[in-house]
Design a protein around this ligand. Structure first.
Ligand code: AMP
Length: 284
């Protein structure tokens, strides 16, 4: 595996790969790899000739009060894991190169990026869309792989690709979970042992809400009420949002109908750690 730090060098490599007719997959990450990240890289390895994993903790997607400076980092371990996973290039740009002092362009996606995560973190998706567009222009991928773990992000990126005519296929892979169901996340290391155990309430709530829908519940208010009540059984948990919405556009609906695809979305604080998770359900 090659470690590439310069934008120009990465662009030259991607141009050469394309010139030679090779299919490029990009897996964008912020590092501190877990099995979720590695599952995306393994998939990419099967679907393309060359895999580029980008590792960049993007400052513009964090607000002032968020965890940018303490976001977990371990570049040596990440290098080893990416290498063992068989990817070809680890792209590790610097802040100075990604955002030079004269940097002045931000992508603002309306609609889908203004709800839920976008409401709680108003500048977040501008930062995400901007960095993903930059990474696309630097690595020239044919396909780019994202996790369903960040479900709203996948919709934002699909909107970006459609609106700005990126000729890139977006692939979304299922959420990789711990044995007890907790969605793997770099941020799980923030949790104390006690809160780590209690964090399973999120997956439990999603699973039970899914079962409720499969058993015939179509009323959004009742599904949401169930989710909130179940989450509130953990005293240390503070709900940011817990909703049941249309999966394709995150629109709210009073009652779902047969064959609707519902997205159950949860964001919650356990202590000071903010966790998100989701589950998709086909209404019977
Ligand atoms: P991050 O490093 O957290 O920005 O995540 C990089 C990519 O990995 C994003 O596309 C995430 O959606 C994806 N990802 C994060 N956690 C998981 C998980 N538990 N399972 C699958 N994909 C994940």
């Amino acid at each position: 595996m090659e470690l590439i730090k310069s934008i120009v060098e990465m662009q030259k490599i991607s141009n050469d790969l394309r010139y030679n007719g090779l299919k490029i997959a990009l897996v964008p990450t912020m590092g501190y790899f877990h099995e979720g990240h590695l599952s995306l890289m393994r998939y990419a390895r099967e679907k393309a000739h060359k895999v580029i994993t980008s590792l960049y903790v993007n400052p513009t997607q964090f607000a002032q009060n968020e965890d940018f400076s303490k976001y977990p980092r371990d570049i040596n371990r990440d290098f080893r894991l990416a290498d063992e996973t068989g990817i070809d290039y680890l792209f590790l740009p610097s802040n100075e190169e990604m955002y030079p002092p004269e940097f002045n362009t931000f992508i603002n996606i309306k609609g889908i990026s203004e709800k839920f995560e976008g409401k709680s973190r108003p500048t977040h998706f501008n930062g995400v869309a901007t960095i993903v567009a930059k990474l696309f222009n630097i690595t020239h991928p044919h396909i780019a792989i994202f996790g369903q773990k960040d479900y709203q992000q996948t919709l934002v990126i699909k909107q970006l690709v459609k609106d700005l005519n990126f000729d890139i296929e977006i692939i979304v892979l299922p959420t990789f979970r711990e044995h007890d169901g907790l969605a793997m996340s770099s941020r799980n290391v923030y949790l104390s042992e006690d809160l780590r155990t209690k964090a399973t309430i999120i997956f439990e709530t999603l699973t039970k809400a899914k079962d409720l829908i499969i058993a015939g519940e179509k009323n959004a208010h009742k599904i949401i009420e169930f989710m909130r009540n179940n989450l509130e059984r953990v005293r240390e948990l503070r709900i940011d949002y817990a909703v049941a919405v249309c999966a394709e556009n995150l629109e709210e609906k009073p009652d779902f109908e047969s064959n609707d695809k519902v997205a159950l979305l949860i964001a919650a604080y356990l202590g000071s750690t903010r966790l998100i998770d989701n589950m998709l359900v086909n209404v019977p």
